[in-house]
Design a protein around this ligand. Structure first.
Ligand SMILES: Cc1ncc(C[n+]2csc(CCOP(=O)(O)OP(=O)(O)O)c2C)c(N)n1
Ligand code: SF4
Ligand SMILES: [Mg+2]
Length: 354
Protein backbone atom coordinates (compact mmCIF):
# COMPACT_ATOMS: atom_id res chain seq x y z
CA UNK A 1 0.00 0.00 0.00
CA UNK A 2 1.36 3.45 -0.96
CA UNK A 3 2.08 5.71 2.00
CA UNK A 4 0.75 9.29 2.05
CA UNK A 5 3.08 12.19 2.87
CA UNK A 6 2.28 13.92 6.20
CA UNK A 7 1.14 17.53 5.58
CA UNK A 8 2.34 19.86 8.35
CA UNK A 9 0.96 23.26 9.36
CA UNK A 10 3.22 26.32 9.18
CA UNK A 11 2.19 29.14 11.55
CA UNK A 12 3.34 32.73 10.79
CA UNK A 13 5.53 34.57 13.30
CA UNK A 14 3.96 37.77 14.73
CA UNK A 15 5.68 41.19 14.73
CA UNK A 16 6.67 43.30 17.80
CA UNK A 17 7.46 40.37 20.11
CA UNK A 18 8.78 42.40 23.07
CA UNK A 19 5.50 44.26 23.70
CA UNK A 20 3.47 44.09 26.89
CA UNK A 21 -0.02 42.73 27.36
CA UNK A 22 -1.62 46.10 26.78
CA UNK A 23 -0.22 46.24 23.25
CA UNK A 24 -2.81 45.41 20.55
CA UNK A 25 -1.57 43.30 17.66
CA UNK A 26 -4.05 43.21 14.74
CA UNK A 27 -2.50 39.98 13.42
CA UNK A 28 -3.65 37.97 16.45
CA UNK A 29 -5.97 35.14 15.40
CA UNK A 30 -9.63 35.48 16.43
CA UNK A 31 -10.02 31.76 17.21
CA UNK A 32 -10.41 30.87 20.90
CA UNK A 33 -9.62 27.21 21.63
CA UNK A 34 -9.70 28.06 25.37
CA UNK A 35 -12.90 29.89 26.33
CA UNK A 36 -14.42 31.13 29.63
CA UNK A 37 -16.32 28.52 31.64
CA UNK A 38 -13.94 27.06 34.18
CA UNK A 39 -13.11 27.29 37.87
CA UNK A 40 -9.56 28.57 38.02
CA UNK A 41 -8.88 31.46 40.42
CA UNK A 42 -9.16 35.07 39.24
CA UNK A 43 -5.90 36.14 37.61
CA UNK A 44 -4.66 32.54 37.27
CA UNK A 45 -1.35 32.70 35.34
CA UNK A 46 -1.53 29.15 33.95
CA UNK A 47 -5.02 29.87 32.52
CA UNK A 48 -3.86 33.12 30.88
CA UNK A 49 -0.96 31.18 29.39
CA UNK A 50 -3.28 28.40 28.19
CA UNK A 51 -5.45 30.91 26.33
CA UNK A 52 -2.44 32.56 24.64
CA UNK A 53 -0.83 29.27 23.72
CA UNK A 54 -3.95 27.69 22.24
CA UNK A 55 -4.78 30.92 20.39
CA UNK A 56 -1.31 30.86 18.82
CA UNK A 57 -1.76 27.21 17.84
CA UNK A 58 -5.26 27.59 16.32
CA UNK A 59 -8.19 25.25 15.87
CA UNK A 60 -6.38 22.21 14.41
CA UNK A 61 -4.88 21.42 17.80
CA UNK A 62 -4.95 18.56 20.30
CA UNK A 63 -4.19 19.30 23.95
CA UNK A 64 -2.88 16.88 26.54
CA UNK A 65 -3.18 17.75 30.23
CA UNK A 66 -1.52 15.77 33.03
CA UNK A 67 -3.01 16.14 36.51
CA UNK A 68 -2.71 19.62 38.04
CA UNK A 69 -4.83 22.77 38.29
CA UNK A 70 -5.28 22.96 34.52
CA UNK A 71 -6.93 19.54 34.63
CA UNK A 72 -8.83 19.65 37.90
CA UNK A 73 -10.21 23.21 37.69
CA UNK A 74 -10.79 23.01 33.93
CA UNK A 75 -12.57 19.73 33.45
CA UNK A 76 -15.42 19.63 35.93
CA UNK A 77 -18.28 17.41 34.82
CA UNK A 78 -20.19 18.97 31.89
CA UNK A 79 -18.10 22.16 32.06
CA UNK A 80 -14.88 22.78 30.17
CA UNK A 81 -13.10 25.70 28.49
CA UNK A 82 -11.46 23.48 25.86
CA UNK A 83 -12.87 24.08 22.39
CA UNK A 84 -10.49 21.57 20.77
CA UNK A 85 -9.84 17.90 21.62
CA UNK A 86 -8.26 17.63 25.08
CA UNK A 87 -7.27 14.58 27.11
CA UNK A 88 -6.25 14.14 30.72
CA UNK A 89 -3.27 11.90 31.48
CA UNK A 90 -1.86 10.61 34.71
CA UNK A 91 0.64 13.15 36.17
CA UNK A 92 3.69 10.97 35.48
CA UNK A 93 2.84 9.98 31.92
CA UNK A 94 2.55 13.36 30.19
CA UNK A 95 5.40 12.58 27.78
CA UNK A 96 4.45 8.99 26.93
CA UNK A 97 0.79 9.91 26.32
CA UNK A 98 1.76 12.85 24.08
CA UNK A 99 4.25 10.67 22.19
CA UNK A 100 1.47 8.13 21.60
CA UNK A 101 -0.86 10.77 20.15
CA UNK A 102 1.90 12.02 17.82
CA UNK A 103 2.89 8.52 16.67
CA UNK A 104 -0.77 7.60 16.07
CA UNK A 105 -1.41 10.65 13.87
CA UNK A 106 1.75 10.01 11.82
CA UNK A 107 0.65 6.41 11.24
CA UNK A 108 -3.01 7.26 10.51
CA UNK A 109 -2.05 9.92 7.98
CA UNK A 110 0.48 7.66 6.21
CA UNK A 111 -2.11 4.88 5.98
CA UNK A 112 -4.82 7.26 4.69
CA UNK A 113 -7.00 6.75 7.77
CA UNK A 114 -6.81 10.45 8.75
CA UNK A 115 -7.36 13.00 5.97
CA UNK A 116 -5.96 16.50 6.47
CA UNK A 117 -3.01 18.21 8.06
CA UNK A 118 -1.11 16.85 11.03
CA UNK A 119 -2.57 18.55 14.16
CA UNK A 120 -0.60 20.73 16.56
CA UNK A 121 -0.06 18.35 19.47
CA UNK A 122 0.58 20.25 22.71
CA UNK A 123 1.13 18.89 26.20
CA UNK A 124 0.58 21.34 29.10
CA UNK A 125 2.30 19.95 32.20
CA UNK A 126 2.61 21.80 35.51
CA UNK A 127 6.07 22.11 37.05
CA UNK A 128 5.29 19.32 39.54
CA UNK A 129 4.63 17.05 36.58
CA UNK A 130 7.31 18.44 34.23
CA UNK A 131 10.14 18.97 36.72
CA UNK A 132 9.52 16.13 39.18
CA UNK A 133 6.92 13.37 38.76
CA UNK A 134 6.74 13.22 34.94
CA UNK A 135 10.30 14.28 34.06
CA UNK A 136 11.31 10.83 32.75
CA UNK A 137 8.37 10.40 30.37
CA UNK A 138 8.81 13.93 28.98
CA UNK A 139 12.53 13.36 28.46
CA UNK A 140 11.64 10.15 26.59
CA UNK A 141 9.28 11.97 24.21
CA UNK A 142 11.90 14.68 23.54
CA UNK A 143 14.69 12.15 23.09
CA UNK A 144 12.71 10.11 20.54
CA UNK A 145 11.84 13.41 18.81
CA UNK A 146 8.07 12.95 18.44
CA UNK A 147 6.53 15.87 16.56
CA UNK A 148 4.90 17.69 19.48
CA UNK A 149 5.29 20.69 21.78
CA UNK A 150 5.68 20.04 25.49
CA UNK A 151 5.05 23.03 27.76
CA UNK A 152 5.88 23.32 31.43
CA UNK A 153 3.45 25.91 32.78
CA UNK A 154 5.63 26.91 35.68
CA UNK A 155 3.73 28.23 38.72
CA UNK A 156 6.71 27.19 40.83
CA UNK A 157 4.79 24.82 43.14
CA UNK A 158 2.26 22.02 43.35
CA UNK A 159 -0.75 24.35 43.35
CA UNK A 160 -3.64 21.96 42.99
CA UNK A 161 -2.93 19.96 46.12
CA UNK A 162 -2.67 23.06 48.31
CA UNK A 163 0.67 24.76 47.45
CA UNK A 164 3.56 22.40 48.13
CA UNK A 165 7.19 23.07 47.13
CA UNK A 166 8.37 21.62 43.81
CA UNK A 167 11.91 21.58 42.43
CA UNK A 168 10.94 24.82 40.60
CA UNK A 169 10.00 26.71 43.79
CA UNK A 170 12.49 29.58 44.18
CA UNK A 171 14.94 29.98 47.04
CA UNK A 172 13.06 31.73 49.85
CA UNK A 173 9.63 30.78 48.51
CA UNK A 174 7.18 29.92 51.30
CA UNK A 175 4.89 26.96 50.62
CA UNK A 176 3.08 24.55 52.92
CA UNK A 177 6.12 22.24 52.58
CA UNK A 178 8.67 25.04 53.03
CA UNK A 179 7.38 27.21 55.88
CA UNK A 180 9.85 29.66 57.47
CA UNK A 181 10.84 28.87 61.05
CA UNK A 182 13.71 29.35 63.52
CA UNK A 183 15.84 26.63 61.86
CA UNK A 184 15.23 27.65 58.23
CA UNK A 185 14.16 31.33 58.29
CA UNK A 186 14.19 31.62 54.48
CA UNK A 187 11.58 28.87 54.07
CA UNK A 188 13.12 27.14 51.05
CA UNK A 189 16.88 26.64 51.09
CA UNK A 190 17.34 25.07 47.66
CA UNK A 191 17.51 27.06 44.42
CA UNK A 192 15.19 26.06 41.56
CA UNK A 193 16.11 23.25 39.20
CA UNK A 194 17.44 24.68 35.91
CA UNK A 195 14.81 22.67 34.06
CA UNK A 196 14.71 24.31 30.61
CA UNK A 197 18.51 24.31 30.34
CA UNK A 198 18.56 20.62 31.33
CA UNK A 199 16.14 19.92 28.50
CA UNK A 200 18.26 21.82 25.96
CA UNK A 201 21.48 20.15 27.12
CA UNK A 202 20.04 16.66 27.11
CA UNK A 203 17.99 16.91 23.89
CA UNK A 204 19.96 19.29 21.63
CA UNK A 205 17.94 18.31 18.53
CA UNK A 206 14.84 19.97 20.11
CA UNK A 207 13.74 23.61 19.98
CA UNK A 208 13.77 24.75 23.65
CA UNK A 209 12.87 28.18 25.05
CA UNK A 210 11.75 30.03 28.17
CA UNK A 211 8.84 32.50 28.13
CA UNK A 212 6.53 34.45 30.43
CA UNK A 213 2.88 35.53 30.47
CA UNK A 214 4.26 39.08 30.82
CA UNK A 215 5.29 38.98 27.13
CA UNK A 216 2.29 37.50 25.28
CA UNK A 217 3.48 38.04 21.69
CA UNK A 218 6.90 36.60 22.48
CA UNK A 219 5.19 33.62 24.13
CA UNK A 220 2.89 33.06 21.15
CA UNK A 221 5.82 33.25 18.73
CA UNK A 222 7.76 30.70 20.75
CA UNK A 223 4.70 28.41 20.69
CA UNK A 224 4.58 28.79 16.89
CA UNK A 225 8.33 28.25 16.48
CA UNK A 226 8.02 25.11 18.58
CA UNK A 227 5.10 23.83 16.52
CA UNK A 228 6.76 24.72 13.20
CA UNK A 229 9.90 22.83 14.24
CA UNK A 230 9.68 19.31 12.78
CA UNK A 231 10.26 17.12 15.81
CA UNK A 232 9.95 17.71 19.54
CA UNK A 233 10.00 21.14 21.22
CA UNK A 234 9.93 22.30 24.82
CA UNK A 235 8.83 25.56 26.46
CA UNK A 236 9.04 26.56 30.11
CA UNK A 237 6.63 29.43 30.80
CA UNK A 238 6.44 31.60 33.94
CA UNK A 239 2.79 31.54 35.08
CA UNK A 240 2.13 33.19 38.47
CA UNK A 241 -0.42 31.63 40.83
CA UNK A 242 -2.16 34.22 42.99
CA UNK A 243 -3.20 31.63 45.55
CA UNK A 244 0.33 30.38 46.19
CA UNK A 245 2.29 33.58 45.52
CA UNK A 246 -0.25 35.70 47.47
CA UNK A 247 -0.64 38.87 45.39
CA UNK A 248 -3.42 41.12 44.11
CA UNK A 249 -5.14 39.33 41.22
CA UNK A 250 -4.76 42.11 38.59
CA UNK A 251 -0.97 41.86 39.01
CA UNK A 252 -0.38 38.59 37.11
CA UNK A 253 0.96 40.19 33.93
CA UNK A 254 2.99 42.76 35.94
CA UNK A 255 4.69 39.90 37.80
CA UNK A 256 5.32 38.18 34.45
CA UNK A 257 7.32 41.22 33.35
CA UNK A 258 8.96 41.96 36.71
CA UNK A 259 10.36 38.45 37.10
CA UNK A 260 12.20 38.93 33.78
CA UNK A 261 13.25 42.52 34.51
CA UNK A 262 14.72 41.33 37.84
CA UNK A 263 16.80 38.59 36.18
CA UNK A 264 15.07 35.79 38.07
CA UNK A 265 13.55 34.26 34.91
CA UNK A 266 16.08 34.51 32.07
CA UNK A 267 14.47 34.53 28.62
CA UNK A 268 16.32 32.60 25.93
CA UNK A 269 15.93 30.19 23.01
CA UNK A 270 17.97 27.13 22.10
CA UNK A 271 18.50 26.88 18.35
CA UNK A 272 18.66 23.17 17.42
CA UNK A 273 20.08 23.86 13.92
CA UNK A 274 22.97 26.04 15.08
CA UNK A 275 23.21 24.17 18.39
CA UNK A 276 23.55 27.39 20.36
CA UNK A 277 21.65 29.59 22.84
CA UNK A 278 20.12 32.87 21.70
CA UNK A 279 20.31 35.39 24.54
CA UNK A 280 19.24 38.43 22.48
CA UNK A 281 15.96 39.08 24.37
CA UNK A 282 16.21 42.34 26.32
CA UNK A 283 13.56 43.53 28.81
CA UNK A 284 12.81 47.27 28.82
CA UNK A 285 14.54 47.74 32.21
CA UNK A 286 16.72 45.92 34.74
CA UNK A 287 15.51 46.11 38.34
CA UNK A 288 16.57 44.89 41.79
CA UNK A 289 14.90 41.62 42.86
CA UNK A 290 13.30 43.33 45.89
CA UNK A 291 10.84 45.07 43.55
CA UNK A 292 9.52 41.68 42.45
CA UNK A 293 9.64 40.05 45.89
CA UNK A 294 7.75 42.75 47.77
CA UNK A 295 4.58 42.26 45.71
CA UNK A 296 4.19 38.68 46.97
CA UNK A 297 3.19 37.34 50.36
CA UNK A 298 5.26 34.15 49.81
CA UNK A 299 8.42 36.25 50.28
CA UNK A 300 7.11 38.40 53.17
CA UNK A 301 9.29 36.56 55.74
CA UNK A 302 12.65 37.16 54.00
CA UNK A 303 15.54 38.79 55.85
CA UNK A 304 18.05 41.16 54.28
CA UNK A 305 20.55 38.30 53.80
CA UNK A 306 18.03 36.21 51.86
CA UNK A 307 17.20 39.11 49.54
CA UNK A 308 20.92 39.70 48.95
CA UNK A 309 21.30 35.97 48.15
CA UNK A 310 18.49 36.20 45.59
CA UNK A 311 20.08 39.32 44.09
CA UNK A 312 23.38 37.44 43.76
CA UNK A 313 21.52 34.59 42.01
CA UNK A 314 19.84 37.07 39.61
CA UNK A 315 23.18 38.77 38.91
CA UNK A 316 24.68 35.42 37.93
CA UNK A 317 21.76 34.88 35.52
CA UNK A 318 22.39 38.27 33.84
CA UNK A 319 26.09 37.45 33.54
CA UNK A 320 25.32 34.03 32.10
CA UNK A 321 23.41 35.85 29.33
CA UNK A 322 26.43 38.09 28.67
CA UNK A 323 24.77 41.22 30.10
CA UNK A 324 26.89 43.77 31.94
CA UNK A 325 25.64 44.49 35.47
CA UNK A 326 24.76 48.08 36.47
CA UNK A 327 26.43 49.29 39.67
CA UNK A 328 23.07 49.37 41.51
CA UNK A 329 22.52 45.62 41.05
CA UNK A 330 26.06 44.78 42.19
CA UNK A 331 25.46 46.85 45.35
CA UNK A 332 22.06 45.22 45.90
CA UNK A 333 23.79 41.84 46.31
CA UNK A 334 25.53 43.18 49.44
CA UNK A 335 23.50 42.49 52.59
CA UNK A 336 24.46 45.95 53.95
CA UNK A 337 22.27 47.51 51.27
CA UNK A 338 19.18 45.40 52.00
CA UNK A 339 16.53 45.55 54.71
CA UNK A 340 14.24 42.84 56.03
CA UNK A 341 10.81 42.46 54.44
CA UNK A 342 8.22 44.28 56.55
CA UNK A 343 6.62 41.04 57.72
CA UNK A 344 9.90 39.30 58.60
CA UNK A 345 10.15 40.55 62.21
CA UNK A 346 6.55 39.57 62.97
CA UNK A 347 7.02 36.20 61.26
CA UNK A 348 10.08 35.56 63.40
CA UNK A 349 8.14 36.32 66.58
CA UNK A 350 5.39 33.89 65.56
CA UNK A 351 7.92 31.24 64.53
CA UNK A 352 9.57 31.40 67.96
CA UNK A 353 6.27 30.50 69.60
CA UNK A 354 5.75 27.24 67.67
C1 LIG B 1 1.24 10.00 40.93
C2 LIG B 1 0.51 11.13 41.58
N1 LIG B 1 1.05 11.73 42.65
C3 LIG B 1 0.41 12.76 43.24
C4 LIG B 1 -0.78 13.19 42.74
C5 LIG B 1 -1.53 14.32 43.44
N2 LIG B 1 -1.54 15.53 42.66
C6 LIG B 1 -2.62 15.92 41.96
S1 LIG B 1 -2.46 17.43 41.26
C7 LIG B 1 -0.94 17.61 41.96
C8 LIG B 1 -0.19 18.89 41.79
C9 LIG B 1 0.55 18.97 40.50
O1 LIG B 1 1.38 20.09 40.49
P1 LIG B 1 1.79 20.73 39.12
O2 LIG B 1 2.16 19.69 38.14
O3 LIG B 1 2.83 21.75 39.39
O4 LIG B 1 0.45 21.43 38.60
P2 LIG B 1 -0.37 22.62 39.34
O5 LIG B 1 -1.27 21.97 40.32
O6 LIG B 1 0.63 23.52 39.96
O7 LIG B 1 -1.15 23.26 38.24
C10 LIG B 1 -0.55 16.48 42.69
C11 LIG B 1 0.71 16.31 43.44
C12 LIG B 1 -1.35 12.54 41.62
N3 LIG B 1 -2.49 12.91 41.07
N4 LIG B 1 -0.68 11.51 41.05
S1 SF4 C 1 -4.37 27.68 42.59
FE1 SF4 C 1 -3.03 28.90 41.23
S2 SF4 C 1 -2.67 27.65 39.39
FE2 SF4 C 1 -4.45 26.79 40.50
S3 SF4 C 1 -6.25 27.73 39.56
FE3 SF4 C 1 -5.68 29.02 41.34
S4 SF4 C 1 -4.28 30.62 40.51
FE4 SF4 C 1 -4.45 28.96 38.97
MG1 LIG D 1 2.70 23.80 39.49
Amino acid sequence: MATIEVQRQVLPILGNPNQGARFYNPDLPSSEPFVPGHRTCAGCGPSIQYRMTSKAAGDNTILVGPTGCMYVANSSYLCTPYNVPWAHTQIGSAGSFTAGVAAAYEAMIRKGKWKGAYPNIICEAGDGSASDIGLASISGALYRNHDCLIICYDNEQYANTGIQASSRTPYGGMTTFSPPGPEVPEGKKLYPKDLARMMAAGHPHCYVATASVGYPIDLMNKVRKGLNHKGASYLMVYTPCQKGFVYETPRSIDLGRLVVECGLYPMWEWNPEKREFDYSFRPQSMRPVAEYLKLQGRFGHLHAQHIANLQQFANEQWQMMGIELPEALIKAADVKNQTNMAAAAEAEQVALTV
